[in-house]
Design a protein around this ligand. Structure first.
Ligand code: NAD
Ligand code: TYD
Length: 375
């Protein structure tokens, strides 16, 4: 089994939770965090584990195949968990080339490095690629006859979950990406599978729904809105706020990655989701209520900050993952109820204003102003 593990994108949101989990849980592994430290990567996310003897950091661009090869040799890498990516849909609309470069060519360079370094000796090796549900495209908002959504369903193996439609994304759902971000992720997924089918590289792919929790860069809905409410700034709701997302607490995603890395079947695909669908506007009202309560505002005070703005181009209507296969085959399920997860998340951002100030200084502020000018 792999013990010298290269985790790419480990200074980002999900990556930092995966690095923390592996460093703490597997003291006999070497965990190498490879990250370029773009605007989204922040080593402060890992301050609590950076001194651990089994943790190593290498600043590197995944597109730089020579350096990636050097790192494989230096640590005798035998397992890869690949999270490094450009990850924000709005940025991909403004600058699709950066997404093609990092997400497609960067993934290709990692695949090539693994293939060359392992050189056909696949025993005990694995290349695990982290993807998104967004590659599947968008689902309709439909519901069973006579029932207004959201309805609870037992369609999955989970007891009940909120759903806004009859259809879900399954592992064999046809790819149909709409944004430059999801198109680049879909392309990278195809390259990963092609490296298995063509060369025999031991690959696994997972597609996960929207994550939330600590250390998420505040350009994504939940941390952006918590921060804006705290500072009395407008909350830019795209379109009518009718779009639906399936939210999973990030630590549960990290637990799923651990399970799949160790027990998943080579060449297989697993969907990971929260069975937890929310219309954006309803979710935003929960965030407002929670922040207002925790900072001592009267209930509903910050609803006046809701500002409907021009919709995102090509905005996918609904994402909904069915992760029954992962539960049935590997026994993974989300551990946290949404109410508990959102409470923990809001508290974390309110308690970590310094982290927010650090990551939002400079480059991001300018980008943010430009993005919302005229909206
Ligand atoms: P993030 O933007 O927070 O972090 C990305 C990390 O990758 C950063 O640390 C950044 O510095 C690094 N990086 C970017 N370009 C790089 C390059 N060229 N070379 C090396 N490092 C580079 O992203 P995230 O939200 O943590 O997402 C991680 C992965 O999970 C991505 O592959 C994303 O597609 C996938 N994913 C995310 C979500 C979600 O809700 N956030 C859901 C499903 C899947
Ligand atoms: P986001 O967090 O960017 O994740 P994704 O686009 O990958 O789902 O957005 C979540 C939802 O919130 C999505 O439907 C877009 C919407 N949204 C807003 O309405 N306003 C915002 O300022 C942002 C960032 C997102």
């Amino acid at each position: 089994m792999s013990k010298n593990i290269l985790i790419t994108g480990g200074a980002g949101f999900i990556g930092s939770h995966v690095v923390r989990l592996f460093v703490n849980k597997y003291p006999d592994y070497q965990i190498v965090n490879l990250d370029k430290l773009t605007y989204a990567g922040n080593l402060a996310n890992l301050a609590d584990i950076e001194e651990k003897p089994n943790y190593f950091f290498e600043r590197c661009d995944i597109c730089d195949i020579d350096r990636v090869m050097e790192i494989f040799r230096k640590y005798d890498i035998d397992g890869v968990i690949h999270l490094a990516a450009e990850s924000h849909v709005d940025r991909s609309i403004k600058d699709p080339f950066t997404f093609a470069k990092t997400n497609v060519l960067g993934t290709l360079s990692l695949l090539q490095a693994a293939k060359e370094y392992w050189n056909g000796e696949w025993e005990g090796k694995r290349f695990y690629h982290i993807s998104t549900d967004e590659v599947y495209g968008a689902l309709e908002l439909t519901h069973p006859e006579g029932i207004e959504p959201p309805f609870t369903t037992t369609a999955s193996s989970s007891e009940h979950h909120l759903a806004y439609g009859k259809e879900f994304f399954y592992e064999d759902t046809k790819y149909n990406p709409h944004s430059p971000y999801s198109a680049s992720k879909a392309s990278s997924d195809h390259f990963v599978r092609a490296f298995h089918d063509t060369y025999g590289l031991p690959t696994i792919v997972t597609n996960c729904s929207n994550n939330y929790g600590p250390y998420q860069f505040p350009e994504k809905l939940i941390p952006l809105f918590i921060n804006n409410i705290r500072h009395g700034k407008p909350l830019p709701v795209y379109g009518k706020g009718e779009n639906v997302r399936d939210w999973l607490y990030v630590v549960d995603h990290a637990r799923a990655i651990d399970t799949i890395f160790h027990k998943g079947k080579i060449a297989d695909t697993y969907n990971i989701g929260g069975f937890n669908e929310w219309k954006n506007i309803d979710l935003i009202k929960v965030i407002i209520k929670t922040v207002d309560r925790l900072i001592g505002n009267p209930e509903g005070e910050s609803e006046k900050l809701i500002t409907y703005v021009t919709d995102r181009a090509g905005h996918d209507l609904r994402y909904a993952i069915d992760s029954t296969k992962l539960k049935d085959e590997l026994g993974w399920e989300p551990s946290l109820q949404f109410e508990e997860g959102i409470e923990k998340t809001v508290r974390w951002y309110l308690d970590n204003q310094e982290w927010l100030d650090n990551v939002t200084s400079g480059e991001y502020e300018k980008y943010y102003e430009k993005m919302y000018a005229g909206r």
